[in-house]
Design a protein around this ligand. Structure first.
Ligand SMILES: [Zn+2]
Ligand SMILES: [Zn+2]
Ligand SMILES: [Zn+2]
Length: 327
């Protein structure tokens, strides 16, 4: 049985099927190190000097828990003056921005599900604080927080980290969400994401966990097997406005999501990204920040590149049932 589903926000299509023969690609699983400390690892304690100037950190006593350092091969640079240029019909913009690495734990082989709640709360608060700090640079339009976990998800270093890319433009995928949710709001006078929260709570079949403040779901038009979204159950367009209590509650569900994923799929490679409104915009009634978690179990092939469709060999309702019961 298969079905073509439409994402209710950005209207992208997903071919959803129940493929019994589906098997994850070769590098789709992590191979966790048995070591809690690896002297060869650039992010382990003792190797701090090799990471460049520390931008921020969370410390208890003289030990760091979370550290932020510049990416040693940055795509974007703060020193570059902002310049937008046209070359005939083609547009370019200078590589002005920042590319930071958030080292999320001093323990070499830790993951979000093995770090304690206060540690994960510090990570979430660090995401927020770095966005707010970089927002003071008025040349920058957007700060994307993302995680590449495992080589199958583009991760180069196994020690747990996320990255922040601060850009002089708003990424088109976020702009599409903002534009489409504006259309939905103009038509219905409701936020599409608030509607998703209400509908998923009503249908229940795609809900993985619900803490009251946050909802963890397998989205209706999941693009990948075991894709999950974390949605605040309250309306807010800006992730960087979360307070301490909301950060602790978010940390709890993020930890829970990773624990379920690791248990259900056996430590898959995955990406997650925080989608939030651009820092310079005021609060938006039609946009709602969220986290998208995408396990990278299958490659993206020609049909997907050519059509913008995704193919998902696992129905989200089945994935949700499995993720719900796995812990
Ligand atoms: Zn390490
Ligand atoms: Zn909303
Ligand atoms: Zn999104």
């Amino acid at each position: 049985m298969s079905e073509i589903r439409k994402d209710p926000v950005v209207n992208k299509w997903v071919i959803t099927l129940d493929d019994k023969e589906f098997s994850p690609k070769k590098d789709a699983k992590l191979e966790p190190s048995p070591k809690t400390h690896d002297p060869e690892c650039p992010f382990c304690t003792g190797n701090e000097a090799g990471c460049g100037r520390e931008i921020a950190s969370v410390r208890t006593g003289d030990k760091w828990q979370v550290r932020v350092v510049p990416n040693n091969r940055p795509y974007l640079r703060v020193e570059t003056p902002l310049k937008r240029r046209g070359e005939g019909m083609f547009d370019t913009v200078s590589d002005t921005g920042a590319n930071e690495v958030i080292i999320e734990t001093p323990v070499h082989n830790a993951d979000l599900d093995t770090i304690d709640l206060s540690g994960v709360t510090s990570i979430v608060e660090m995401y927020r604080d770095r966005i707010n700090d970089l927002a003071r640079d008025t040349r920058l339009e957007y700060m994307l927080i993302f995680k590449n976990r495992g080589s199958g998800a583009g991760g180069k270093i196994s020690h747990l980290n996320s990255q922040l890319m601060a850009m002089p433009v708003v990424p088109q995928s976020v702009q599409d969400e903002i534009d489409c949710s504006k259309k939905y709001f103009d038509l219905k006078k409701r936020c599409v994401y608030c509607d998703i929260v209400e509908n998923e709570r009503m249908f229940k079949e795609r809900v993985v966990a619900d803490t009251g403040k946050y909802l963890l779901i397998a989205p209706f038009a999941s693009r990948a097997p075991f894709e999950m979204w974390i949605l605040p159950a309250f309306h807010s367009s800006h992730f960087n406005h979360i307070n301490g209590e909301e950060a602790a509650s978010l940390a709890r569900i993020l930890k829970d999501a990773v624990a379920r994923l690791n248990k259900a799929v056996g430590m898959p490679a995955y990406n997650y990204m925080i989608h939030t409104a651009p820092v310079k915009s005021g609060s938006l009634v039609h946009y709602h920040w969220h986290i998208e978690i995408l396990p990278r179990l299958r490659p993206i092939a020609g049909f997907e590149w050519g059509s913008g469709f995704c193919i998902n060999p696992t129905f989200p309702e089945e994935a949700a049932a499995y993720l719900r019961d796995v812990l």
